[in-house]
Design a protein around this ligand. Structure first.
Ligand code: SF4
Length: 402
């Protein structure tokens, strides 16, 4: 990787080749002089209680921005409750579980926000053995999860691609072809996507992180390896092959505005994804963006994003992401009550999870998969949320269209 600058316009963050690692000097002098770099979206929030919240499945950008900036708690509650109603009417009230298996925390990329970026030396790298993956998959299958997700940093070596193909086939085999497989393995060639689809995977998540190419450029190194256009093309390739295709964005990250978030919602609708996984931006201390002094996230903005998207895309699958649980112990459950219908418990072997610095703050990290399962089950039951055991819970936007 060559020297690069994280910020194009304000020179907020710089990263030089000699300063990677613990001695990084991220803030410019002007930033050091100001106590806090507030996120642009926070600055832009205005009291909007006098405005009428107008939510339909055909919202304009202006209406979306108004809802995202709304601060009247009664109006926000109405938005979340109406989104739950839209969900119940279009796809039912059930929640479907996807057991997440984190195959590896090795990645060839250097996204500025991510704890497993290649240049982070303060991390213990791992790659699960085939046996460990099969054991976790068997747990998911025998626990009635219905589906699992194979997730990892982005790698494209032939050995790695072949290993994934073999794993997909083996997982299908141990479940008699019955367990659903979602992949979240980054940008790959169309041929590799097709090979994995033919092997038995049928859903793929590839987060765009931001639909704004300029913002995307500020949170990634500037080289062809981190290209917004290429990422969008990959999403299109996945759709073309026949995957149920998902994307997602980070909410509340530095430099982001409510206008960006409204555009994110419209982007997801316009490209017609079948699934969305989005959640609050979480600072990671060993990343360039983690060095910025930003305000702590609350769940509210993420809940509004979920609710608005449910109104706009009534039949898609929307995940209540683990990052929501990090900032609120009941974040996932609250997202379900705002229109989400998928929960993704982490079933990576706990001995590995504890080594994965990218997820060390995740509430489930210290639990093994069985403990996590029973905690989640109990908490959903307490809230009267039914689980679709042994069901794939495919996106109705994919199976029925719309
Ligand atoms: S966000 Fe994805 S591609 Fe970027 S560094 Fe992290 S794991 Fe790698």
């Amino acid at each position: 990787m060559t020297d690069s600058k994280l910020s194009t316009q304000t020179n907020i963050v710089t990263e030089s080749k000699s300063s990677y690692g613990r001695n990084m000097e991220f803030l410019s002098d002007s930033d050091k002089n100001s106590e806090t770099i507030t996120n642009s979206f926070t600055d832009s929030i205005k009291t909007t209680s006098e405005r009428k919240m107008s939510v339909t499945n055909d919202c304009t950008k202006e209406e979306l921005v108004a809802c995202l900036e709304e601060r009247d708690s009664q109006k926000i509650d109405e938005l979340l409750q109406s989104a739950y109603k839209v969900k119940a009417e279009n796809i039912g009230k059930k929640v479907y579980l996807r057991g997440v298996i984190e195959l590896s925390n090795i990645c060839t990329k250097n996204c500025y926000f991510c704890g497993i970026r290649q240049l982070n030396s303060n991390i213990d790298r791992y790659e699960l053995t085939e046996e460990q993956v099969i054991e976790a998959s068997r747990f998911a299958w025998e626990s009635g999860y219905g589906s699992l997700i194979l997730k990892a940093g982005e790698r494209c070596s032939k050995r790695y691609l072949n290993k994934v193909t073999k794993l997909i086939k083996s997982i299908k085999e141990i479940s008699g072809g019955m367990i659903g497989i979602t992949l979240s393995l980054g940008e790959q060639s169309k041929e590799s996507y097709r090979e994995w689809f033919d092997a038995g995977a049928h859903r793929y998540l590839l987060r765009i992180e931001s639909s704004n190419p300029d913002l995307y450029a500020r949170i990634h190194p500037k080289n062809t390896h981190h290209s917004w256009d290429r990422r969008v093309q990959a999403i299109m390739d996945l759709k073309d092959i026949g995957f149920q295709t998902g994307t997602g964005v980070m909410i509340g990250m530095p430099y982001q505005t409510t206008s960006d978030l409204a555009d994110d919602l419209l982007f997801m609708k316009n490209i017609g994804v079948h699934m969305v996984g989005m959640g609050p931006y979480l600072k990671h201390p060993d990343t360039p963006m983690g060095k910025l002094i930003t305000e702590n996230q609350t769940l509210d903005l993420s809940l509004k994003m979920v609710a608005l998207l449910r109104h706009m895309m009534p039949k898609i699958n929307i995940a209540a992401t683990t990052s929501m649980q990090v900032i609120d112990p009941f974040g996932r459950e609250r997202a379900v009550l705002a229109g989400a219908n998928i929960i993704m418990p982490n079933i990576t072997p706990s001995v590995i999870k504890s080594r994965n610095k990218n997820i060390e703050k995740m509430p489930e990290v210290k639990d093994d998969a069985s403990e996590s399962k029973s905690k989640l089950e109990n908490s959903l039951a307490r809230m009267g949320i039914e689980i679709g055991w042994n069901e794939w819970g495919d996106s109705k936007a994919f199976t029925q269209g719309g």
